[in-house]
Design a protein around this ligand. Structure first.
Ligand SMILES: NC(=O)c1ccc[n+]([C@@H]2O[C@H](COP(=O)([O-])OP(=O)(O)OC[C@H]3O[C@@H](n4cnc5c(N)ncnc54)[C@H](OP(=O)(O)O)[C@@H]3O)[C@@H](O)[C@H]2O)c1
Ligand SMILES: [Zn+2]
Length: 368
C-alpha cells in the first residue's frame, strides 16, 4: 500500500533558498522518499519540493530510473546513511529542462546520468580515476536520487542518450554496466583468450559482466540460482552455465576448465561465495570483488592465494571513461541493457520486493 503525504521541508527546500532565481513553474513533484531506515515498506509516494539546479547543475526530468542493490543499502542505512528524508536511485535517463551556468545545448536533449558524483579537480579525478575521487558521492546514496520526477545533477555528469535506446533501457545502463566494465577492463585486464567466471548472472552487475566479457572475446562461465536464469545467462553470452545453488558448483567450474581454473572471477555476492571463488581461480588468477549482497565477512585460506599466485582486486563503480565506453557500446548495439520488468514510480515498493525475492534477471526499471 502506497502512503501519500504532503510535501515537507527537506534538503531540497534549503537548496532552493540558496539557489539562484531559476525556480520552475511547478514547485512540487512526485517522488518515492523514506523518512526512516528499513525495507521497501518505508518508501512513501509523496509530493516533495522540486529541486532547483545550483551553479553548474542541470534539472533533468526523469523519464526512467532503474533499481540497484545500493538503493536497498541506503534505505536500510547499511554501508550508506543518507540524511533523512531521502530519495534513493542512482540511475536515471531523462530530458534536460534547465541548466544553471553550463552548456545550454543540452536543454531539451535526452540524457543519461553518470552516477558517480566526483569533484573533477582532485588529484585522482585529474588522473581519470573519478570513481576514487577524494570527495566522491553517489547519486541516490549520498544525495537525493532518481526515484522522482526531477533530479538536479552536475552538468559534467550528463551524457547524451544513445539514439538507439529507449529511456527504460538507457536508465538500466549507468551503474551496473560501468561497474562491470571497470572490473573486467581496468581491474582484471581481461584478455580475449582468458576464461572468466561471472557470479550471479541474474543481477545487474552479473548480466552486464557476461555481455561485456563475451564481447571482449573471453570464454564466459556464469553462475545463477535457477535453471531458467541459467538458460537466460547462456542467451546473453555465457558459454557455460553452472547452478551455484547446488553443492559441488566449484567442481563443475573446475571441470569446465579441464581443472585449470578460471583466469578471472567477477564476485559481487560476497560472504556466500568469496572463499569458493578463490578455489575456482587458475594460477595467476584474479578475483575482482565489488559487492557483498550475501554479507561482508568471509574466511579464506591465505595459502590458496600465495601458493598459486592468485590476486584479490577491489573495484568501485567506474571512471568517466568507462561510462563513455559503455554508452558507446550500447549506442552501437554491442551490449543491451536487459529489462526484467518496468513499474510505475509509485510501485517502487513492489519493484524492490521483486529484486529482494531474487526472481529478477537483469534490471528493474521505474517510470515516473
Ligand atoms: N562496488 C561498486 O561500485 C558496486 C557497483 C554496483 C553494484 N555493486 C554491488 O554489486 C552487487 C550486485 O548489485 P546489483 O545491483 O547488480 O544487484 P542485484 O541486481 O540486486 O542482484 C540481484 C541478484 O543477485 C543474486 N544473488 C546472489 N546472492 C543473493 C542473495 N543472497 N540474495 C539476493 N540475491 C542474491 C541473484 O541472482 P542469481 O539468482 O543469478 O544468483 C539476484 O537476482 C551488490 O552487492 C551491489 O551493492 C557494487
Ligand atoms: Zn575528485
Amino acid at each position: 500500500m502506497v502512503r501519500e503525504t504532503s510535501a515537507s521541508q527537506g534538503n531540497f527546500q534549503e537548496k532552493a533558498s540558496m539557489a539562484p532565481m531559476m525556480q520552475s513553474k511547478e514547485s512540487t513533484m512526485k517522488a518515492m522518499r523514506f523518512h526512516e531506515f528499513g525495507g521497501p515498506e518505508v518508501l512513501c509516494y509523496e509530493d516533495v519540493p522540486k529541486p532547483v539546479p545550483e551553479f553548474g547543475q542541470a534539472l533533468v526530468r526523469v523519464k526512467a530510473a532503474s533499481i540497484n542493490r545500493i538503493d536497498i543499502w541506503a534505505e536500510k542505512g547499511i554501508y550508506y546513511k543518507p540524511s533523512l528524508p531521502h530519495i534513493p536511485g542512482s540511475d536515471a535517463a531523462g530530458v534536460v529542462e534547465e541548466v544553471n551556468a553550463g552548456d545550454e545545448s543540452f536543454i531539451g536533449g535526452k540524457v543519461i546520468v553518470y552516477p558517480t558524483l566526483a569533484c573533477f579537480h582532485c588529484r585522482l579525478c585529474i588522473e581519470g580515476s573519478h570513481n576514487l575521487c577524494t570527495n566522491r558521492k553517489t547519486l541516490g546514496a549520498h544525495v537525493n536520487g532518481s526515484y522522482s520526477e526531477y533530479i538536479t545533477v552536475p552538468i559534467k555528469n550528463l551524457m547524451r542518450m544513445p539514439e538507439a535506446l529507449k529511456f527504460e533501457e538507457a536508465a538500466a545502463l549507468p551503474l551496473t554496466f560501468t561497474t562491470a566494465y571497470h572490473m573486467l577492463v581496468d581491474r582484471a585486464k581481461l584478455q580475449p583468450h582468458e576464461t572468466v567466471l561471472v557470479l550471479g548472472a541474474g543481477s545487474g552487475v552479473g548480466s552486464a559482466a557476461i555481455q561485456i566479457a563475451s564481447l571482449l572475446g573471453a570464454n564466459v562461465i556464469a553462475t545463477s540460482s535457477t535453471e531458467e536464469k541459467l538458460r537466460k545467462a547462456q542467451r546473453i553470452g555465457a558459454d557455460v552455465a553452472v547452478n551455484y545453488a547446488e553443492e559441488g558448483w566449484v567442481d563443475e567450474v573446475m571441470a569446465a576448465t579441464n581443472n585449470k581454473g578460471v583466469d578471472v572471477v567477477i564476485d559481487h555476492i560476497g560472504a556466500a561465495t568469496f572463499a569458493k571463488s578463490i578455489k575456482c581461480l587458475a594460477k595467476n588468477g584474479r578475483l575482482v570483488t565489488c559487492g557483498v549482497t550475501s554479507g561482508n565477512e568471509a574466511t579464506i585460506d591465505i595459502r590458496e592465494l600465495f601458493s598459486s599466485q592468485r590476486s584479490i582486486l577491489g573495484s568501485v563503480q567506474g571512471t568517466m571513461k568507462d561510462f563513455i565506453a559503455v554508452a558507446k557500446l550500447a549506442a552501437d548495439g554491442k551490449i543491451k541493457p536487459l529489462l526484467d520488468s518496468v513499474y510505475p514510480l509509485r510501485d517502487a515498493r513492489k519493484a524492490q520486493e521483486r529484486l529482494l525475492s531474487r526472481q529478477s534477471f537483469g534490471k528493474i526499471v521505474l517510470v515516473p
